[in-house]
Design a protein around this ligand. Sequence first.
Ligand SMILES: Cc1cc2nc3c(=O)[nH]c(=O)nc-3n(C[C@H](O)[C@H](O)[C@H](O)COP(=O)(O)O)c2cc1C
Length: 375
Amino acid sequence: MRDNAQVASLFEPVALGPSTLPNRLAVAPMTRVSATADGLPTARMADYYAQFAHGGFGLVITEGLYTDEAYSQGYLCQPGLANAVQRDAWRPIVAGVQAGGGRVIAQLMHAGALSQGNPHRTGTIGPSAVRPKGSQMTFYRGSGDYAVPAAMTQQDIDAAVAGFAQAAARAREAGFDGVEIHGANGYLLDQFLSEGINLREDRYGGGIEGRLRLFVDVVDAVRAAVGEDYVVGVRLSQAKVNDFTHRWDGEDEAVTIFRTVGGLDVDYLHVTEYEAWQPAFGTGPSLAALAKRHGGKPVLANGSLHDPAQALGMVERGEADVVSLGRGALAQADWPQRVRSGAPLAPFDPAILSPLADLENADRWRAQADYLRPG
Ligand SMILES: Cc1cc2nc3c(=O)[nH]c(=O)nc-3n(C[C@H](O)[C@H](O)[C@H](O)COP(=O)(O)O)c2cc1C
């Protein structure tokens, strides 16, 4: 039996801007492609999200929600916050998480050139007409190469920014405790950030300042749409879903990124790495530690933190204020309660997301696991 007192620092409340989380444990955003074809979240999704709050997570961050009915959608059956009907369909899900004692933040996502399933448009857009590396993700219903995106015009950029702002306003209306702007993992904002993908010669390209301009525009527009007393966070990563080994240009660039984004009117930075505690650039501090040192805002750290000792280490060393779990939360929605009481943890089985990452597949997996369980 693990001693409860040893993990106590994971269970202390923490403020994210105007909101206080009951503990340091968050569910990381995870796309589950389980909405209706119209992007409406379902009753099954309500159960899925509520279980994390009942299991003791203080914060649930939703999967990436598409923001507009133009180019933002990445995946078929991805849920959205792009219209009033979708907004209203989120209300019971938000209320369910909050009734379980958790806070819930909507992750706002524009897939840009990585879009592989969007009924609203044919073709994709991105900073420049560069075909994304890698191939579409089959567990999100894709196949083959990514399309070559059309280089975004200023009008396209303005529309994408407005989409984020309007989706953020809908999130507030639906009762979400905050929004997280998805600036990580290779999606639109990250495409603008990345040299080699962003070849623009206008104010959105060139040096790091230009490549960060879309972050500035989106944060400013989102903040204007939701007002001051509302949680706004930004997610950042080095790796991309289509390029796991991508790295920023060393610690100096990381410092510039965290100073710039942390200096905006945001309430937290959420950073993700494969293993959150590892040095971000071979030796030296982790990405979370750099974010903490240079961003000046609370930091959520993500990456293989389902090992309680690693999660605890991040918080106790002051590298993160909150840890977020992806696979660990899928393996057990009650990870916090288990860790608090010293109950054993189940390993994550990748079959839960295969062949599709949706909830129906997970239900089938669970039924089979129950069937195979002895006794
Ligand atoms: C099925 C699945 C879907 C994901 N979808 C998203 C997403 O919508 N937005 C996002 O920012 N990250 C997404 N991620 C990344 C996770 O948030 C997290 O960074 C990753 O799982 C690593 O954390 P872990 O080691 O705790 O699993 C996804 C991960 C998984 C496994």
